[in-house]
Each structure stands twice: as C-alpha cells, then as structure tokens.
Design a protein around this ligand. Structure first.
Ligand code: NAD
Length: 255
C-alpha cells in the first residue's frame, strides 16, 4: 500500500484527489498538509498537519496541486526529507523551476503542467504538426474558469514549447502573450499564447496552424477536473520506486 501525502488538499483539484484516492487500490492517503485547518471532515486515521516535516515523514509519495509559493516551501522541505513528488502546480517562476530541478537530483520528481492523457498526446501532435507545417503561423488560445490565477496556463506554455521545438526555435525569443495597439504585422516565427477567463471552464486549449488558403486547429477540452486528479494518481503509482530524476507525464505514459 502506497501512503500518499496530499499537498493542496482543500483546493479544487486537491478535494477530488482525496475522493479519487479512496477508490484507488494499493494507495491510501496518510497525510494532508494544511496551513490552518481543513473546512471539511476527513478520515480520522489521516494525519492533518501544518508541520511540513511530519507531513513528509508520514508518506511514501507526495501529490501537489497548490500554488507556486506553497510548492516552493514543499520543494525546500523535501530537500531535507526526500520523497517521490508529483507536482501539478502551474505558474512556477524561474527560481521555483530551478528548485524543482535541484530536488530531482535527490528524489524522483514528475512535473506536469497538465496530467491528462489527451494533453500529453496533444503535445506530441503539436510538435509533429509544427515541424511538418513549415510556414504556417502558430497561434495558441486557452480558456479557463474565472478563478484561475496564473496566465497563460502552464499547459499553454508547454504547448508553445512543443511548437517551438518542432521548428527548432527558442520559445523565449518567439513567444507573444498579447496584442494591443498599432503593433505592426505578425512576424514569421512568433508563437502567440492568448488567455481567456470566464465561468467554470475546466480547461480548453486550441493550437492553430494558419496558412494562406487553409488552416488546421488541434483542440483539447477538459470537461472534468477528475482528469487531472486521476492522471496525477496514475503518475504517482508509476513514480514510486523510480530513481532520482525529473520525469514528465509523457515518460509515465511511455509516449
Ligand atoms: P485552488 O486555489 O482551488 O487550490 C490551491 C490549494 O493550495 C488550496 O488547497 C490552498 O489551501 C493551498 N495553498 C495555497 N497557499 C498555500 C500555502 N502557502 N501553503 C500550503 N497550501 C497552500 O487551485 P486548484 O484549481 O486546485 O489548482 C491548484 C494548482 O494546480 C494551480 O496551480 C493550477 O493551475 C494547477 N492545476 C494543474 C493541473 C495539472 O494537470 N497539472 C490541472 C488543474 C490545475
């Protein structure tokens, strides 16, 4: 039985993770990290704690869906008490991404801005399409619920990286995150990533390849957040027992 520590348990995805883990054979929640307290009841056998060390010591695997600053404290603490980490938090800054890489030198870390099978495949398709459709303009649009804090989504950024890799481009040099005013015509290599926010949209990503006379759009829509919690559980089951290293969802799905 793999004992799972849930980080971000009171969040939208975290709550589903707790529910989905109840239905998962060979895994059970052993610890939950909270800043203050939980506003819902939980099996009394689970350790609910704000002591990071006790949280980490009480589990064999951590699954995290929190916020970047919280994820940062988790990564720092895990350097002292290493555990396999599944990191789903998005919007990590350069410092936090470097911490994640440092952590992966001492423990297995699976980092995925999207835990869904469909988006893992979409990244592959985007890479292939980008390479094959030379000269097509690439534009990415993402839509999420009104509560989402980071923009553009981590998934959209990962998709833009896949598109840039397909063309041998450095995404940092070609990414455009908004257009406003008299900015001139679109340049050949730019890859734009636009974010829309509203309602309760779980997540929708469209990667378009536009040319004169034709265009193709690859679209993925998440209709339930369980896609992410179940994907993270599958990733965690795969990660336990692996050597230290930085893994992706594509590694886990052997894509
Ligand atoms: P949410 O705001 O509903 O939940 C955030 C959680 O983090 C809460 O439990 C909150 O208590 C906790 N938290 C915040 N600050 C904390 C701190 N300082 N210390 C400890 N805990 C803290 O968010 P959500 O919609 O559940 O999403 C969580 C994260 O997961 C976001 O970054 C989101 O973009 C990302 N996400 C990733 C995927 C994926 O597949 N990788 C899918 C959906 C969402």
């Amino acid at each position: 039985m793999v004992k799972v520590g849930v980080f971000g348990a009171s969040g939208r995805v975290g709550k589903l993770l707790l529910e989905d883990l109840k239905q998962t054979p060979d895994m059970s929640v052993s610890t939950v990290y909270v800043r203050n307290s939980l506003d819902f009841s939980i099996d009394p056998s689970i350790l609910v704690t704000s002591d990071m060390k006790a949280f980490l010591k009480g589990c064999d695997l951590v699954i995290d869906f929190s916020l970047p600053e919280a994820c940062e404290t988790l990564l720092e603490a895990a350097m002292k008490t290493p555990k396999p980490l599944v990191i789903g938090t998005t919007g990590l800054n350069t410092h936090q991404l470097n911490l994640l890489k440092d952590a992966s030198e001492v423990m297995p870390v699976l980092y995925a801005t999207n835990m869904s099978l469909g988006v893992a495949l979409l990244n592959k398709l985007v890479y292939q399409a980008s390479a094959a459709l030379e000269g097509f303009d690439i534009e990415i649009v993402e839509m999420h619920h009104r509560h989402k804090k980071d923009a553009p989504s981590g998934t959209a950024l990962t998709l833009s990286e896949s598109a840039a890799r397909g063309r041998g481009l450095d995404i940092e040099k070609v990414r455009v995150s908004g257009r406003d005013g008299n900015i001139g015509a679109r340049t050949k290599d730019e890859i734009s990533v636009m974010a829309l926010r509203g309602g309760d949209i779980v997540g929708r990503h469209t990667v378009g390849f536009y040319n004169d006379g034709e265009f193709i759009e690859l679209n993925h829509t998440a209709t339930s957040r369980n896609t992410f919690s179940k994907g993270a559980i599958r990733a965690g089951a795969w990660l336990v027992g692996k050597e230290a290293g930085l893994y992706s969802i594509a590694d886990c799905l052997e894509m």
